[in-house]
Structures are given as C-alpha cells and as structure tokens.
Design a protein. Structure first.
Length: 293
C-alpha cells in the first residue's frame, strides 16, 4: 500500500481556492483598509493611505479603545476559568455513572445550543433591577438586601456577564471533557487505587495528564470565543454602563455603524493578531504537555 499518496493532490485545489477567496483575501483586504482613511464619506477611488494613524489613534484616543482591548483579554481569561473548572468536575461526576446521567448531560448541554441573542434578551429581562425575576425572587424570600443593579452597577455588571456566559457554555465544555474521559483506560484508575491513590491523586496523576488533548481543545475554542465575544455583551449591556463593558468587537461595530470603516478594520486587525498569537501559543504549550497514549 502506498502510504505517501492516497488521493491525487489536485483534490486540494477546490478547498484551497475557497479558503483563499472567502477567508484569506477578505482578511488581507481588511488589513489593507486599516491603513487608509476609508469612511462612509469617501469613495474607493478617494481613499488615502494614512499609515499607522488608525492604530495610533486606537491606543491614544480619548475614547479609550485600549480599555476595550484589556476588557477583551480579561473576559477571555475569566470566562475560560469559570467554565473549564466546573465543567471538568461535572464531567468527572457524570462519568462515574450516577443515576440519570443522560438527563443531566442533556440539561447541562441544552443552553449551549440556544442562540446568543435569545439568551441575552432573556437574561436582560431576568436581571432587570425593578421588574426582573431574580430580584423578585430575592424579595419573595425576604432577602431583598441581596438585590443588585445587575447590569448597571460597575461593581456587579461583569459578574453578571460571566454568570450568563458560564450558564450557556459549561455544558458544551463538559461534553468535550466527557469524550476525553471516556478514552482513558479504566485499568489506569484500577492501578492507581491499588497504589492507594485518593480522588485528588488520581485527578492529578491520571486524569489531567491523559486529558491534555481535551483541555487544549477547550482552551483553543474558549480563547477564540472570548476574544471574539460580541453578542452577550452587546445584548446585555451594549458596552455600558458608560463604556465599562466595551470589548473590541463592540467598539468595531460602533465604528463601522458610524461609517469609520478604516478605524473599524484596524480594530479587527488587532483582534486577528491577538487571536492568532494567543491561539498559536496555547497550542504550542499544550502540545508539549500532551501525553502520548
């Protein structure tokens, strides 16, 4: 059997052309426009090359676009933490074969298939200070002192966003972890138990090393999602209160809506660079840790 060639190389031509036309070319054009003064008031023939002016304005403007970058990075880190850790323990618990495992798996996974916009609209209503279900329940239970302005208080709003995001995403992350757990031979755990290993020892020396692939998948997906987050933030807070919850994508959306296309594409280019750099770094680090089974 010829292991070097199974299919003709020209089979790759069609997907390569599609990739260039629908991904690579638009991406490169976006980067090109980020160096121009393109706006709703200029024609394509009237564009002027402005060099790094758009990028300089992003990091020095009074509109504080730099805070959108920091908010995006913070959201990416914390959203992964609040989803991956609980999802791992849920996956381990369900993998143990508790009664009703299939039902629990479905209930946890169900929110992840709902559209972002619908989730945002529902929770925007639930978290409303005056008429929201959450504060209403707190009042009913006579613990109204716990009521908060969940989407308008600077000290609470990010916690609300992380909570909604975790509610939606934990089930999806858990499913990937369960797939990884099912691939671990039970003989490894049996050998660990013979050696006297408790739950935490088995988690540290058996489960986590053997789950490197699943962890890497969840990290890459989570980082990519976190850096591109838009729907949840836009629907829940629209970047408010003030600009406290603005992220790169909401700023880019506002700029594009205002006709500042050059600035918008510059923000998107920054997002592309950050996403690619962080994704490559995570894959490289996790690949070194991966256990060869």
């Amino acid at each position: 059997m010829n292991k070097k060639r199974i299919y003709p190389q020209w089979f790759l031509l069609v997907p390569l052309v599609l990739y260039i036309v629908f991904f690579l070319f638009p991406g490169l054009m976006g980067v090109f426009y980020s160096f121009t003064d393109w706006s709703s008031r200029s024609s394509v023939n009237g564009l002027h090359f402005v060099g790094l002016a758009n990028y300089i304005e992003i990091f020095t403007s009074n509109k504080d676009y730099a805070s959108g970058i920091s908010n995006t990075l913070v959201f990416t880190i914390i959203s992964n933490i609040v989803k991956i850790i609980p999802a791992l323990f849920l996956a381990i618990l369900l993998q143990e074969g508790i009664k009703g495992k299939g039902l629990y798996r479905t209930l946890f996974y169900l929110p992840s298939i709902l559209p972002f916009v619908i989730i945002g609209l529902v929770f925007k209503s639930v978290l409303n200070y005056n008429t929201g279900l959450l504060n209403g329940v707190l009042e009913f239970l006579h613990i109204g002192f716990l009521k908060q302005k969940w989407l308008s208080d600077l000290n609470v709003v990010w916690k609300s966003i992380f909570g909604v995001d975790a509610w939606r995403g934990i089930g999806y992350v858990m499913t990937i972890f369960m797939a990884g757990l099912s691939a671990i031979p039970k003989s490894y755990y049996e050998a660990a138990e013979i050696d006297g290993a408790n739950f935490w020892a088995k988690l540290r020396y058996v489960t986590l090393p053997m789950m490197t692939g699943s962890i890497m998948i969840n990290l890459v997906f989570g980082i990519t999602y976190g850096l591109k987050v838009f729907d949840i933030v836009y629907v829940l807070t629209n970047g408010g209160p003030g600009h406290a919850t603005e992220v790169l994508t909401t700023y880019a959306f506002q700029l594009y809506s205002n006709g500042q296309y050059g600035m918008s594409t510059a923000l998107n280019a920054i997002l592309l660079i950050i996403t690619a750099a962080v994704g490559i770094l995570v894959v490289k680090v996790m690949s070194r840790q991966e256990v060869q089974q």
